[in-house]
Design a protein around this ligand. Sequence first.
Ligand code: MG
Ligand code: MG
Length: 273
Amino acid sequence: MVYYKTADEIELIRASCLLVCQSLAHAGSLIRPGATTWELDQAAEQFIRDHGAVPGFKGYRGFPATLCISINEQVVHGIPSKDRVIQDGDLVSIDCGVLWNGFYGDAAYTFPVGNVSEKAMELCRVTEKSLYLGIEQAVAGNRLGDISFAIQEFVEKKHKYGIVRDLVGHGVGRQLHEKPEVPNYGKRGRGLKLQEGLVLAIEPMVNMGLKEVKTLKDGWTVISKDKLPSAHYEHTVGVRKGQADILSDHRVIEEAILQNQELQPLRLTTAIA
Ligand code: MG
Ligand code: MG
């Protein structure tokens, strides 16, 4: 069942999404070569609990942590660990969810650490731009497939990267994952008709090489089959007439990146076409 949210419910989701982005910014402020992914996870959990909220992922289907931290060829669902040390040149994708006042928020961001190759920076920029192209389509009267098509067209047709099929975006509300699924590939004009009140997590996962992925033996970590790097950017958005309402706020994260000398901002370089 698809749940359409009231204006008041959307404000609660916005608050949860802002806390998610502040948590991502806090984790991002601690990224440096030599830091473990466990340290970031501990800091994010404390930050969320200090705000009176609950980590949205911890315990979800048995996931053991607050953050999913996925480095380089890891696409999503990486488990934070004391053994995983961040290195110069890594792409560190962090996904976070919180439950606050009865509603979830969900957002993700890929942080380029230090001397990241120009190819990997391009992967990040293309992935991020594909997210915003998808969001442009999240308006009342469009179809779900318009979002999917916009992302796939840009990533695969224009930039020849692999868009992951096995994992998709989703509705967000009282549940972390609600209907409908929001694939990052599909046909224009197909699928659910978008209406005001629909709240969607749009989250392209883009592989530098092939689109195929596999899950490691830990049962969670998804990696690209060819082990080439992958990037992941996610916003939670509210469908409206005319223009989508972006409920999460990546600017909070981008400010933290500018403050952290160990990180590469995406935006100081030329905008991509
Ligand atoms: Mg997420
Ligand atoms: Mg999500």
